[in-house]
Design a protein around this ligand. Sequence first.
Ligand code: ADP
Ligand code: MG
Length: 140
Amino acid sequence: MALERTLSIIKPDATRRNITGKVNAMLEEAGLRIVAQRRIWMRKHEAEAFYAVHKERPFFNDLVQFMTSGPVVVQVLEADDAVALNRRVMGATNPADADEGTIRHTFAESIEANSVHGSDSVENAAIEIGYFFSGTEIVG
Ligand code: ADP
Ligand code: MG
């Protein structure tokens, strides 16, 4: 196991319900350390670029609209095996399939408004972290 970093986003459905602290508590209880964090309101072109890998998917436009519908909290999480650990803590994309005790099972409203984003690989984590944070903003 290697010390890794992953990008997490607390999505607009969660900021709207004022549960960013509850989400952070679940991340921290799982052993993920929040080593950078910023609250932002993404512009359309920023969300489109962030989700560019999904641009051919039928839900792309709705997803961009949702992700720009309110503020989000972008954060860098650090732990041994952080990418996979965060995916386990998040739970399945569709909250109906998410295991009990996961963030999405606990908080998600729908397959779209599913409360959190997490990088899906170490390679993508590095790209996604670089999209939002410079090196000096990450304090491990
Ligand atoms: P994950 O966030 O679990 O990595 P994906 O990368 O496949 O999932 O999808 C990115 C985001 O797009 C999801 O978190 C969710 O907000 C949205 N999404 C995924 N699948 C659907 C769908 N079938 N309908 C609506 N929104 C979706
Ligand atoms: Mg994904």
